[in-house]
Design a protein around this ligand. Structure first.
Ligand code: HEM
Ligand SMILES: [Ca+2]
Length: 731
């Protein structure tokens, strides 16, 4: 039961908290675990005090391990994985509170259960009935929130979007769940098989079920997949635990071996690599670094199982451009004309993103002059195509701000910033809900379930719908799109006469491809339009399953193995549980999966898993046949559709909400609805003159290239309806 709790032992507990032991044990004497004596506030605060001591001890131990040399090597893939997850101090302190609460819960479980018959479920249902809250709720609430009800614009951290539940959807908050978690101890320990044995190794599942035989999509462009990642980064960011001294190493050296338990940080859940691994065995790699996600206290500060933290706003609100925290948001602004900071480059009329202060701490620099960008999201430099989209969106913001400034010279910097941001966010929402989602997940499905609305205004907003990200969406369902990442980045000179391919793994954490010459940026844009996306099948390029974040070594990490391990880290319920939630029958035997999963994959699953109930959500969901018109199978489709429904209907500021103080006027909204991915590219590149109208699809006879200045083919968003009359005093 202690797996996942690392150094947390019975004897440590007795040493640190001797008084608590007798106090809690007294509760079950003469009672049963289902009906123990009352948990008094005194016991709760005593457990918390003890939890605090133990959490501190764990932190000290983590720091000591690093000082003893268990740290990450200079240019290792494991270190690059930490590049995008630098945590501000206030986030760390929220995470620490959650460690204290979790440890207090664990202590109570250990003491109450003792040797008695006590399954994780009995303890949890006991906890649920008591709903044990901390005496002082402010202790674990990150901030007290006071909302300005008449505010016309979103807050940067997403708070106050929902006036009844001001914390819903904000950053630095727990994910939501639609199924009970399946931690081995009901609290935080890594899940195990039904038999109590270990689940199948995540790397083995990856190599056996997600082979490297990637086909290209015949319809979808690379830009389609890239937009998907950008949307992901707007909605979800789970980060890994780290120490004040830096990232945590869970392996010996640079993955040469597993660490003995006494050298392992208790946040470690490394992936063992089998000796016969067809790739890593030749590299001498036996251990893949993997660190648990940061957790967050729940809104009511109650004791119970772990919830992981979302560090960005759940709303689709442009947070990768503007930031999810006010300090960063301020730093990104130019402080005049409502603009965001940009840098200029010789012979380029359009701006580039600003640079981070300490480039070598978040990028792999080959030359000190290499670019390393600063944006609203820390993952920006992961690949050049991601950085390209960020740059396009930054340019769009400044383009819009400049037009608004010329229409309304009286507007302040603040007004221009907010109005331009509101327009850019509306364009992102429009492109996502009208272009991206129906194309990928089925036009009929998304319109039928009204996930993508059809009339000019929608009136669906409900303050009872929680816009928070569903844990299973971020930690499993949407990660299926990792199977579509193409193996290369394409560049294509003006005129599209040729396409050059660049290996993805040569370009992690260094966006130099965008800046080699004045034409480079546009070459990448043309490349991503001409290049196909990977096919949506469970075949995945080795560029992400063997070479992810490759740096100086000849190997990298395995993203699919990490996706599987992450689902377990988050205690996601099993594939079978989600089948039921999504309206399928629960499978009792492997053969019961036959309607959704092809026979050869059922056979493979049966060889790997002991029991059909053990199948991980990510694995089972990925094996399903696609539903009609979608790139996803039934179960992932259900989770993804539910998420995008909540993201729209639970967002008070969703762009086409009507009849609200902040709603666009009909003339404005009609213009916003002309926005398209193709227009966005035409307006924000120097030399892209031709583009297919449907930019998320490759060029074809039915989707031919048009000239950017053909405004009937690619409509232009005219901002004149934003011009205020001279007698308009609404500012
Ligand atoms: C070259 C392209 C990509 C790379 C290198 C990449 C890499 C990663 C990495 C390293 C993680 C964190 C893994 C972990 O620690 O658990 C991650 C998470 C994730 N990725 Fe990707 N990814 C790529 C493309 C995509 C695409 C195209 C999508 C979807 C359309 C996507 C969706 C997600 C989601 C939903 C998560 C979870 C996010 C979170 O909870 O923070 N990724 N990806
Ligand atoms: Ca967001």
């Amino acid at each position: 039961c202690l797996s996942g709790w690392g150094a947390f032992t019975e004897s440590l507990l007795t040493d640190v908290c001797p008084a608590l032991t007798s106090k809690i044990s007294g509760l079950v004497k003469g009672h049963s675990i289902e009906t123990p004596g009352p948990i008094t506030p005194d016991i709760v605060s005593e457990s918390l005090k003890c939890g605090r001591e133990l959490a501190k001890a764990s932190k000290r131990r983590g720091a000591q391990l690093i000082r003893n040399g268990v740290n990450l090597a200079g240019c290792s893939p494991a270190l690059l994985h930490f590049f995008s997850t630098k945590l501000p101090a206030d986030v760390k302190s929220v995470a620490e509170k959650s460690h204290e609460i979790l440890t207090a819960t664990k202590i109570m479980q250990m003491r109450l259960c003792g040797d008695a018959e006590c399954t994780p479920n009995t303890f949890l249902s006991f906890l649920e009935h008591q709903v044990i809250r901390l005496n002082d709720i402010s202790y674990c609430k990150p901030y007290s929130i006071t909302c300005k009800k008449s505010a016309k614009f979103r807050t940067i951290d997403g708070s106050c979007n929902n006036l009844k539940h001001p914390a819903w959807g904000r950053s630095i908050a727990p994910f939501t769940r639609i199924a009970k978690p399946k931690y081995a101890d009901g609290i935080f320990a890594m899940p195990v098989a039904r038999s109590g044995r270990a689940l199948p190794n995540a790397r083995v599942l990856s190599t056996r079920l997600f082979q490297d035989a990637q086909m290209n999509s015949r319809v979808l462009s690379h830009l389609n997949t890239q937009w998907g990642q950008f949307v992901t980064h707007d909605m979800v960011f789970q980060v890994m635990e780290s120490t004040d001294e830096g990232g945590i190493n869970c392996c010996a050296g640079n993955g040469n071996d597993m660490l003995p338990p006494e050298w392992e940080n208790d946040k470690c859940i490394p992936i063992r690599i089998p000796d016969n691994d067809a790739f890593y065995s030749y590299q001498g790699v036996k251990c893949m670094n993997f660190v648990r996600s940061v957790t967050a206290p729940r809104e009511d500060c109650s004791l119970g199982h772990a919830e992981q933290m979302n560090t960005v706003t759940s709303f689709l609100d442009g947070s990768p451009i503007y930031g999810s925290d006010p300090k960063l948001a301020k730093k990104l602004r130019a402080k005049s004309g409502g603009r965001l900071r940009t840098e200029s480059r010789p012979k380029c009329t359009k701006g580039f993103l600003p640079m981070v202060e300490d480039k070598s701490s978040v990028c792999v620099l080959r030359n000190s002059s290499d670019p390393c960008y600063l944006a609203g999201d820390g993952r920006i430099n992961q690949t050049p195509t991601l950085a390209m989209l960020h740059t396009l969106m930054l340019r769009e913001h400044n383009r819009v701000a400049d037009i608004l400034a010329s229409l309304n010279p009286q507007w302040s910097d603040e007004r221009l910033y907010q109005e331009a941001k509101k327009i850019v966010v509306a364009e992102i929402q429009h492109i996502t809900y009208q272009e991206y989602l129906p194309l990928n997940f089925g036009e009929n499905y998304f319109r039928y379930y009204r996930i993508s609305p059809v009339s000019l205004y929608n009136r669906d907003y409900s303050d009872d719908v929680n816009p928070g990200i569903i844990n299973a969406f971020g930690a499993a369902a949407f990660r299926y799109l990792h199977t579509m990442v193409p193996a290369s980045i394409a560049t294509c000179p003006s005129g599209y006469q040729a396409v050059y391919q660049h290996r993805l793994s040569d370009h992690y954490m260094n966006p130099i491809l965008l800046e080699q010459s004045p034409e480079s940026f546009d070459d990448i844009v043309r490349g991503i339009l001409a290049h196909s996306s990977g096919e949506s099948d469970p075949y995945v390029t080795g560029e992400v399953t063997n070479f992810l974040f490759k740096c100086s070594s000849a190997w990298g990490l395995d993203l699919i193995a990490m996706d599987i391990q992450r689902g377990r880290d988050h205690g996601l319920a099993s594939y079978n549980d989600y089948r039921e939630i999504c309206g399928l029958t629960r499978a009792r035997t492997f053969q019961d999966l036959a309607r959704e999963i092809p026979q050869d994959r059922i056979n493979a699953l049966q060889q790997l898993y002991e029991c059909v109930d053990d199948i991980d959500l990510f694995v089972g969901g990925s094996m399903e046949r696609d539903v009609d018109g979608s790139i996803l199978g039934h179960t992932f489709q259900c989770i993804v559709a539910e998420q995008f429904y909540r993201t729209r209907v639970g967002d008070r500021f969703f762009y086409d909400n009507g009849e609200m103080a902040h709603s666009f006027t009909p003339d404005q909204l009609k213009e916003i609805k002309k926005a398209s991915m193709a227009r966005l590219i035409c307006d924000n590149t120097d030399g892209v003159q031709f583009i297919q109208r449907k930019a998320f699809e490759v060029e074809s006879a039915y989707n031919p290239k048009c000239r950017c200045d053909d405004y009937s083919a690619i409509p232009y968003v005219d901002l004149t309806p934003w011009k205020k009359g001279i007698f308009d005093l609404s500012d």
